[in-house]
Structure formats: C-alpha cells, structure tokens
Design a protein around this ligand. Structure first.
Ligand code: C2O
Ligand code: CU
Length: 420
C-alpha cells in the first residue's frame, strides 16, 4: 500500500509448503508465503516501509543487503524480531539504482534461516537507470540462485554445502524459462548460503555485464563466464536472438560439485519479439575513488577457527571505530596459502553493511572493469589480499562487516563497526 511519502509492505515470516522439486512438497521458512520472498520494487527518493511479523518459532532479524539504511533499521545480528513480534524497517532509497536483497541476520541463526528460505530480492530503480534503453518490463528478470539438499520425501535438509547437490533458481530446482528471441536483462543473485557459482552458457555464448552489487558499471563488459561469491550480484544482458525459435540453451555452473549436474537453468526460445533495447556504451558515471586517510587490515581465518583478526564476533565489543565522512582503505587477507586439496572450498565473501565500496586491487593487481563498480561484497581467494576503499556515511551508529559464507558469519567471522 502507498501513502504520499512511502510504500508499505507487510510480510509474515512463517513456515510454508512449496513445490521446489516437481511433485514434492517442501517446508521452508518464507517471507510473505513466498520462496524466495516477494520481490520488493523501490524507486530512488521514495521510502519503503516493511513491517515484518515473525510467525516462526525462531528469532529473526531482517537486513537489507547493500542498503544504505539507519542502524536501527539495519537488521543487526542482536536486534532480533522475537517469535510473535512485528518490526518495522524503513528504507530511505537514497542510493543509486541497484539489485539489493533482504535476508535474515539473527546472530548464529542466519545460516540456517537463509538456507531455509528467508531471502528475497529488492530492486531499486532511479530515473537515470530507467531512462537507459536497456531491456525492461517482462524482459528484466531477477534470478536468485542457490544450492540446497532436498530428500526424496521433499524434506529440505540443513547441511554442509558439499552435501547440497540441488541448484535452485527462484525457488525451483533447475527450472526452464520460456524466452523470446531478443535481449533480456537478467539480474543474477548468488543467494547461496555458502557457495560461489561460475555461470556460463553451455554453448559458450558471450553476454554483457552491465551492473554489479551496488549499481550500474561505468560501461558494459563482455563476458563468457560470471563468477559470483556468496551474496554477490551481477546484471547481465543476454541476446537470445542468436538462437532460432525452438532451440534451448543451458546455463551451467562450472564450479559445480563433482556429485552434481552442472545445469542450473534452461532457456527455451519459444517465440520472436520486437526488440528496441540496446546496451549503451556509457552506463553510469561512477563517483571518484575515495582518498583514504585510514588504513586497516583484516585477516580472515578458517583454521583452527572461523575468525577475523583472531577474534570471534562479540556484539558488546567494538572492533572498528570510525566517523561519518572518513575515507578508508581496508586490506582483507585470506590466511590460507592455497586451496586445500580434496576439501570443499570456496573463497571468503567479504561484506560490509552501510557502504558501497570500490575494489582497488587483488595482490596489488588492479581489478578488471567488471569489479570496478560499486560493490558491497567481494571474494577473497586463498592466499589473496584484496584492497577496498570506502567512505563512511552518512548515518552514525552500529553496523557489522563479515564473511557472507553464512556458516562462517554464524560462527563469528564478523566484526562490529561503530560509526560516530
Ligand atoms: Cu547479506 Cu550482513 O549481510
Ligand atoms: Cu568466510
């Protein structure tokens, strides 16, 4: 519903039965009865208010991932919505257009709550972005990709990522999509609790990346493969006009488990359609890279414990203190020197609340154009040191930064930052 100044969404978090695998019923934890949660559409400059009622028997906390949001609405790990309670979250939507998402963040429970379904897309548009001739309307589609383990009786089993062979797209296992032979804008979200994905078309067809986590890139980037660490997003434009009607093309995950089929999604080209869309050479003017006055180092460890700088998250301890307007460079180190043989491994996925940052370099090598836009999450591979730059603003208060492998954050790979 709408008032003059804001849009109101009322969602219930409750157990719901859904059909993920054809013919089987699976109980999930859902926002608003949907798995994934209903897509929230926001417009820059217009506030969205979401009232979340917790009808589950576990604590929750709802975080808008990538959102520039006041601390009291940020969905902090200890700012819980108790069973039976309703909380109101207010999102100002003052940032540029981006594909954000909302998900549970209750301390220690986020890995299981997100795994069981508490995640949904939040699409923010602005006049600049809507004015571009990109594919829109029914040709602009969010794809929320994640892994899962579903037993033959339909039960969703909460387990380690290397025991999760089912890839779900928008809540269905390896679905197909009927598309027209024209260009589409696909907003790809990796909402896997603990996995990275590397997506390519089985025929090797190229596609064009136009946006990353925090909004449009400066210009389009041609790709054949798209790797997303947990919680990362990318928007791509795919031209299905290269296929005749009647043909199909499969999107596959080259980072699939050995026990798993690489197929993630199939597109069936079923019809022709007019296409006036195009990808302009200039998509956005990115803000200048912040000139840092403060440098900090963060060591992410997994063995013997999942920590940041040797410490486990303690909501009562401030790990970083900064002030509104301070520009910083953070160097994030993955302490592993190489990928451990025979062990399931994915890069750490480093995320900070409140800000969009810029990725400067990986081990001193400047990042490519696909990673040079506004980001809120970045992959840190074994042995790697990645530098990011951000300016803290403009809401003072308590926030967190953490690994978005939710098993890691649940086990304390998270820190508290107080912005004064
Ligand atoms: Cu996607 Cu701290 O979260
Ligand atoms: Cu991690």
């Amino acid at each position: 519903s709408r008032t003059d100044s804001s849009d109101l969404y009322q969602l219930r978090m409750a157990e719901t039965e859904v059909e993920i695998v054809k013919g089987l019923l699976t109980t999930v934890r859902a926002f608003g009865g949907c798995f994934p949660g209903p897509t929230i559409r926001a417009v820059k400059g217009r506030e969205v208010v979401v009232q979340q009622t917790n009808d589950l028997d576990v604590h929750t906390s709802v975080h808008l991932h990538g959102g520039h949001v006041r601390s009291q609405y940020d969905g902090l790990p200890m700012d819980l919505v108790e069973p039976g309670e309703t909380r109101e979250y207010r999102y100002p939507n003052e940032q540029v257009a981006a594909s954000l998402w909302y998900h549970d963040h209750a301390h220690g429970l986020e890995a299981e709550n997100v795994y069981r379904g508490l995640a949904g897309a939040y699409l923010l548009s602005d006049p600049h972005e809507s004015g571009l001739p990109l594919p829109g309307g029914e040709y602009d589609i969010p794809l929320l990709i994640r892994d899962a383990r579903i037993e033959t009786d339909g039960r969703l089993v909460y387990t380690d990522p290397y025991e999760c062979p089912h890839m779900l797209v928008n809540g269905k296992e390896r679905p197909y999509f009927e598309v027209a032979a024209r260009k589409y804008r696909l907003r790809v979200f990796n909402v896997s609790p603990n996995r990275h994905v590397s997506l390519r078309f089985a025929d090797g067809a190229p596609f064009t990346q136009i946006a990353s986590d925090g909004g449009l890139l400066a210009g389009p980037v041609e790709l054949h493969e798209l790797t997303l660490a947990g919680a990362e997003r990318a928007e791509i434009v795919v031209d299905f006009a290269r296929y005749p009607v009647g043909e199909s093309v499969v999107l596959e995950n080259t980072a699939a488990l050995e026990t798993e089929r690489p197929e993630v999604l199939r597109f069936d080209i079923t019809r022709t359609a007019e296409d006036r869309s195009r990808v302009p050479d200039v998509l956005a003017t990115l803000p200048p890279i912040p000139e840092a006055t403060v440098h900090r180092d963060f060591w992410l460890t997994t063995f013997p414990d999942t920590r940041i700088n040797g410490r486990k998250y303690d909501p009562d301890r401030t790990d970083v203190r900064t002030t509104v307007g301070t520009s910083e460079i953070w160097t994030i180190h993955n302490h592993l020197t190489r990928r451990p043989a025979g062990v399931f491994h994915a890069p750490h996925s480093f995320h900070t609340h409140l800000v969009r940052f810029r990725v400067l370099d990986r081990d001193g090598e400047p990042v490519g154009p696909a990673e040079a836009g506004l980001k809120d999450t970045v992959a840190i591979h074994p042995g790697e040191s990645v530098r990011i730059a951000m300016t803290w603003g403009e809401y003072p208060g308590e926030y967190v930064y953490h690994c978005h492998h939710l098993v890691h954050s649940s086990h304390g790979q998270m820190g508290r930052i107080d912005v004064l």
